[in-house]
Design a protein around this ligand. Structure first.
Ligand code: BGC
Length: 735
């Protein structure tokens, strides 16, 4: 039996940011950091909203945090009892990650005896616009208690404030409070309604502070009696519906009528429904099972189930880090989990890319290319939020010119790969028909325009790119990028040859838009002639890019020892890793995972052995790639520590929090997705052969059994894997 409860005892102000990530709750529409009800913006409170952004002046465009309708604190006998000030007698926060319920209990010594506050809350998985909280107070002695609660519009922003104004109003008896916040850029509105009920009688008075609308309940508490209030909070934006104000109010009223327990029951039912398909059972290793399912919990919290064309940001819904933007992380690291357990969500992630194709075409045009160059950091409409200066130099305080946006051209191939993965796994052409076909063709047109041919060479090259390893900028013939571009050409050729299978309407649409014969010729030629670095005949190692071999070969610890400042950036013009073979994250190894069938196992292994000691794993995307390739080399025990590193990334909180002087903390959904891929596709070896699911056991030696479900082509399967063999049971068609 594993423990579905994550808990931390004791209060440490240094851990506020980490606890906020680790105890996050969410439902895809919003993410609520694991902060306490009395916390304010200084403690990084965030009700982070999916897919809605704002920019103030020249600051970075970032997602919105809604006004915090959970805000609540107590005062007893004239003194406030709240964290982070003062030292509590006892303090515990916990997360039931089976059901997305966050709880805190704190006790303080007061002149009248012990005062204990317990608060439990959830972001409803049933009703995506709703939060609910139960707040309970108990004191050993009698006295006057003031309970202040309402909406705090002083939100935490990295590049804000994002609201020009916040209109606050309450009804006469202060039962329903409302905040309507208007953004700078596009005058979007975010409305938060809050209503409460209490199981005690109290005098109620309104409290108005700057950007806060609150009410204060005053009561004389009796010793040993528990007093409860229940809070219901609805959040809507003007992007959701034109009736957002009405709906927000309607929702809190109906939530209040339903009552906390009923809402909790529905919320739990919804989580149970998700786990019925997504839980992964591991026998012989409870820690691994807990860490893995905790990772899946995070993926569930950020899955955009309320939309059919929204994606997931690199830091999920844990705040404004990385501008709330969508990176290649989604297609390459998170997609498989949803593909196997909730294909509807997988489709929505990819439809976001179809919707943002125009933005990608604009970006390509901006650089003088045809086709689609997707945003490295994509916001709505495909707007590239990546700045030309994405890192601040710790020594001068000046911004450093980085080329992630201009040169990480592998992003377009990641999207083509995601679409083809969906098509091949589901066996359905629906996504291609709904615009995926154009995405692939436009990505291929983009790479075609990037090809270079030297006069005295037969083959084509790709120059001046950045591969997954961001420490080496503007290199030529990055093996990963070239192979992915070739994949894109091959996908486009496949598509152009299968037009009749897509239905006559799609066929006509494509024929109207493109010169099929010409493209077929161009893309076939490009695929055949694009240079992909080969394994060295002696060492078997594939050179990451032209000239990598000549860089200084030095250990990671030695490079770390050269740092003059702990937050110094390792890459860029004069970073400590730039002139060495030390790389940030799996690069060639990622390529080998994707195309492992094209290489002999000894080549896979030689590259793993070569690159691993040279990889800093400075990105949370790195460890899982080494774990998966280790499984492909039949080394599950060597894969295991890399798997655990991925699965534990948000529990341990050891991920990098700074890139130069830029804060990059938050949750790590790509790492969670990578842990899933390692378990299911690595250790259980799940794959398809001609549309049929197959599994090949490669369990770590201390695991005795794994069990999980997967949806494939509309049917549900149960997969059981032991050390000796694997079984796949067809549980029938999904209703
Ligand atoms: C990594 C990228 C990744 C991004 C967002 C960076 O540190 O190098 O590969 O896409 O973080 O997770």
């Amino acid at each position: 039996m594993i423990n579905w409860r994550m808990e931390e005892k004791g209060f440490d102000p240094e851990r506020i940011s980490h606890v906020g990530n680790k105890f996050l709750t969410g439902n895809g529409y919003m993410g609520i950091r694991g902060t306490l009800p009395e916390y304010e913006k200084e403690q990084f409170v965030a009700v982070n909203l999916a897919g809605i952004y704002d920019q103030v002046g020249d600051g970075w465009r970032e997602p919105l945090n809604a006004p915090n309708g959970l805000y609540t604190y107590v005062q007893f006998e004239g003194k406030q009892y709240r964290l982070p000030g003062g030292t509590p007698l006892l303090h515990t926060v916990s997360l039931d990650y089976r059901h997305g319920v966050f709880e805190r209990t704190s006790s303080w010594e007061t002149p009248k005896g012990k005062l204990t506050v317990t608060a439990e809350r959830f972001a409803s998985m049933r009703e995506k616009h709703l939060l609910a909280m139960k707040y309970c107070i108990r004191c050993d002695g009698e006295g006057e208690l003031l309970l202040t609660s309402g909406i705090d519009g002083q939100v935490w922003d990295i590049n804000g404030p994002h609201y020009n104004e916040i209109l606050l109003q309450g009804d006469e008896d202060q039962v329903i409070l409302q905040a309507v916040a208007t953004t700078h850029e596009s005058k979007d509105q975010v409305v938060v309604c809050e209503a409460y009920t209490a199981d005690f009688a109290a005098a109620v008075e309104p409290v108005r502070e700057d950007r806060r609308i609150l009410r204060r309940l005053t009561l004389q508490v009796k010793a040993g009696v528990q007093y409860h209030i229940y809070k219901y909070v609805s959040v809507y934006t003007s992007k959701d519906t034109s009736e957002y104000l009405k709906q927000a109010e309607h929702l809190v009223r109906s939530a209040r009528d339903s009552g906390y327990d009923r809402l909790m029951e529905q919320h739990r039912e919804e989580w149970e429904r998700l786990w019925r398909i997504s839980q992964v059972t591991i026998e012989g290793d409870d820690q691994a099972m807990e860490a893995l399912n905790y990772s899946l919990y995070h993926l569930h919290c950020i899955a955009p189930r309320h939309s059919d064309h929204l994606s997931i940001a690199a830091r999920g819904l844990s705040g404004q880090t990385y501008k709330g933007a969508v990176f290649w992380d989604t297609e390459m690291f998170m997609l498989d989990f949803f593909l196997f357990t909730e294909p509807g969500v997988a489709k929505s992630l990819l439809k976001y890319r179809i919707d943002t194709l125009e933005g990608a075409k604009k970006k390509a045009k901006h650089y003088g290319y045809q086709g689609a160059f997707y945003a490295w950091e994509s916001q709505e409409g495909g707007y590239d939020a990546c700045s030309d200066y994405n890192v601040t130099d710790v020594f001068t305080g000046r911004q450093m010119r980085t080329y992630f946006k201009d040169k990480q051209v592998h992003i377009s191939a990641a999207i083509a790969h995601g679409i083809m993965r969906y098509v091949n796994y589901t066996g359905s052409y629906d996504l291609l028909a709904e615009g995926g076909a154009e995405v692939i063709l436009e990505c291929a047109r983009f790479y075609y325009d990037l090809l270079l041919k030297r006069v005295n060479r037969e083959y084509y090259e790709l120059h001046d790119v950045i591969g997954p390893d961001e420490y080496h900028e503007r290199v030529n013939n990055n093996a990963y990028t070239n192979r992915m571009a070739k994949f894109t050409f091959d996908s486009a050729v496949f598509l152009l040859k299968s037009l009749t299978d897509l239905g006559s309407q799609v066929e006509e649409r494509i024929k109207r838009g493109y010169d099929i014969e010409r493209l077929l010729k161009q893309f076939s030629d490009a695929s055949g002639k694009l240079y992909v670095p080969e394994p060295d005949p002696v060492t078997g190692v594939i050179e990451q890019f032209d000239g990598y071999e000549k860089l200084e070969d030095v250990g990671i610890e030695e490079v770390r020892g050269r740092l003059l400042h702990e937050k110094e950036y390792w890459g860029g013009a004069y970073g400590v890793a730039t002139h060495t073979k030390v790389i940030k994250q799996a690069d060639v190894v990622t390529m080998l995972n994707l195309f492992s069938k094209e290489y002999r196992e000894d080549i896979l292994l030689k590259n793993w052995e070569y690159y691993e000691p040279r990889t800093e794993h400075g990105s949370s995307l790195s460890a899982c790639m080494y774990a998966i390739l280790a499984c492909k080399c039949h080394m599950p025990d060597r894969a295991y520590p890399f798997f655990m590193k991925s699965a534990l990334s948000d529990i341990s909180g050891k991920g990098k929090e700074w890139a130069g002087l830029i804060y990059i903390g938050g949750t790590h959904p790509a790492s969670s997705g990578g842990a899933y891929m390692t378990a299911v596709e690595g250790f259980a070896g799940l794959h398809t052969e001609e549309g049929m699911l197959k599994a090949t056991s490669c369990l770590p030696s201390h695991w005795t059994r794994m069990e999980f479900h997967a949806i494939c082509q509309g049917r549900l399967y149960r997969i059981e894997v032991t050390q000796k063999d694997s079984q796949i049971m067809d549980l029938g068609e999904l209703m």
